[in-house]
Design a protein around this ligand. Structure first.
Ligand code: BES
Ligand code: MN
Ligand code: ZN
Length: 507
């Protein structure tokens, strides 16, 4: 879809479909006033007749009737809900535009930039463009889909000149917002594609290929470790998890460095990359298995951020660390009862091979620690318990570092992604005690997301560290906001926001 910007009087703009989002109908803004005037009061009359309210699900449709340059007008209600970040509301509204255009067979439309108190034009444009592009995203391997119904091909974002004494100008900030929104959306769609692609196609090797492509395109350094190197580095727990699979493990390490200027610091982003989680010998029940192609969403999010890093010219030295393998039952699998030695030297008794994410992360976190980072953040579809606690739209944030946790919560809020801080309750650590090793890999049912975080904590040493459990929001069982069913790309926006707002966090 082509997206461009224009400043114009809305009534005179020639388009198939003129889309006007409205937030508060009590006060008729300059755009509605202009349309009403041009249609000799028809708009108001029809609106009243149909009982249009400016709330989320209300829409109002009319033809231009020769009085407007647009063939059709669609007014979309948009409720402002205080508790929901405005960026989320704006993207969600824009994501519904595709369906609205399809319904009337419009191939081009003009979206009038809404007025929202306290929001700058560049921010609104960013959110609208992201919503438009991400709302259009679909993943499907259906054959014969080429000649589908008419799709939206062109979208003009109209900055209305109506009611303005001085004609608004499209400045540098606005142009930058448009370019960045396109870039961010494509990075998020990359994450979604990686996660949605089924496990027979998205193997550790295939993921690595995509990572190499990103590295080449963006000029990022990449190192890939195969089985021999993984063993050499002492990542025995990662190797053990991968041992039941016919697919070879891969350990991907990417490094982005700012081209110019001083770096804010060194940050390691570690992402869980289980390309399929069957549970291993502690096999999952059949109903829980199909979605486990999404168990590499942490790694996919990290790759999405690496992809966006250079187009955003981020000021951090960013290491993307992605341990990739499959967790499968086999004669070569690791077993319940096994005691493994981790890269850090600590020993772990395996009580459940389905708690595999924390094992590969433990070695990856130790690897990250060797890089002497200022901050480590890991992302993982780690526990069902976290989804039980917070529901499917909210990620669990764990950190003993208040400043880092606050900065991430703040970033999530402005990115419009929902993060909720959960405690790393020390007194639950005893659940991991075992007489035969330094710890076991599972606790009881109670506080399962917390004991997973306590396990990871054993492997981060003194580093500043945060863990984000994205088991819920990474992969949705139904459409939500600007995400379709399936992979959402959750986390990319929050991390970019965190890395961009340098003022949020000082190392
Ligand atoms: N990948 C799963 C967690 C998961 C569950 C992600 C549901 C997304 C949706 C993880 O490897 C796992 O199996 N965790 C177990 C841990 C348990 C054995 C301690 C779980 O949550 O049941
Ligand atoms: Mn598992
Ligand atoms: Zn898993």
């Amino acid at each position: 879809m082509k997206i461009n910007l224009k400043v114009a009087e809305v009534t005179g703009f020639k388009t198939h479909l003129l889309l006007v989002p409205v937030m508060n109908q009590k006060k008729k803004g300059p755009v509605l006033t202009a349309i009403d005037k041009a249609t000799d009061g028809k708009m108001r009359e029809l609106m009243e007749l149909q009982g249009f309210k400016a709330d989320k699900n209300h829409r109002f449709n009319m033809t231009g009737g020769g009085k407007l340059a647009a063939k059709r007008v669609l007014i979309m209600g948009m409720a402002s809900e205080e508790k929901i970040p405005v960026s989320f509301q704006a993207r969600s509204l824009a994501s519904r535009i595709n369906a609205a255009a399809r319904a009337v067979g419009a191939e081009d439309l003009a979206l009038v930039l809404p007025e929202m108190r306290g929001q700058k034009a560049q921010e609104l444009i960013r959110w609208m463009v992201e919503g438009l592009l991400l709302g259009k995203y679909r993943y499907s391997l259906k054959t014969g889909e080429k000649n589908r119904k008419k799709e939206l091909k062109r979208c003009t974002i109209l900055i209305p000149a109506n009611g303005k004494r001085k004609k608004p100008v499209i400045g540098k900030e606005i142009r930058k917002a448009l370019a960045q929104a396109k870039g961010t959306s494509s990075s998020i769609m990359l994450t979604r594609d990686l996660v949605n692609t089924p496990s027979n196609r998205m193997t550790p090797e295939e993921f690595t290929k995509v990572a190499r492509k990103v590295a080449r395109k963006r000029g990022i350094k990449i190192t890939v470790l195969g089985k021999t190197k993984i063993d050499e580095k002492g990542m025995r727990m990662f190797a053990a998890v991968s041992s039941g699979s016919g697919k070879k493990p891969r350990f991907v390490h990417m490094k982005y460095a700012p081209v110019s200027g001083k770096s804010m610091g060194r940050i390691c982003l570690v992402g869980k990359g289980i390309t399929f989680d069957s549970g291993g010998l502690s096999l999952k029940p059949p109903a829980s298995q199909p979605d486990m192609k999404s168990d590499m969403a942490g790694a996919a999010t990290v790759l999405g951020v690496m992809d966006a890093a250079s187009s955003r010219s981020l000021k951090w030295e960013i290491h993307g660390i992605m341990p990739l393998c499959e967790n499968m039952p086999d004669g070569k699998s690791y077993r319940p009862g096994d005691i493994l030695e981790s890269k850090l030297g600590k020993t772990v008794e395996i009580t459940n091979t389905d708690a595999e994410g924390r094992l590969i992360l433990a070695d990856a976190l130790a690897y990250a620690g060797d890089l002497n980072p200022d901050i480590i953040i890991d992302l993982a579809t780690l526990t069902g318990a976290c989804v039980v606690a917070l529901g499917p739209y909210t990620a669990g944030l764990f950190s003993d570092d208040d400043e880092l946790a606050d900065a991430l919560l703040e970033a999530g809020k402005s990115a419009g992604e929902d993060l909720w801080r959960l405690p790393i309750t020390k007194s639950l650590r005893k659940q991991l005690n075992t007489p035969v090793a330094d710890m076991k890999n599972t606790g009881t049912r109670w506080g399962g997301a917390i004991t997973a975080a306590l396990f990871l904590k054993e492997f981060v040493g003194d580093n500043r560290w945060a863990h984000i459990d994205i088991a819920g929001p990474a992969f949705l069982s139904e459409k939500h906001g600007f995400s379709p069913k399936g992979a959402s790309g959750f986390g990319v926006l929050t991390l970019l926001e965190f890395l961009e707002k340098q003022s949020l966090f000082k190392t």
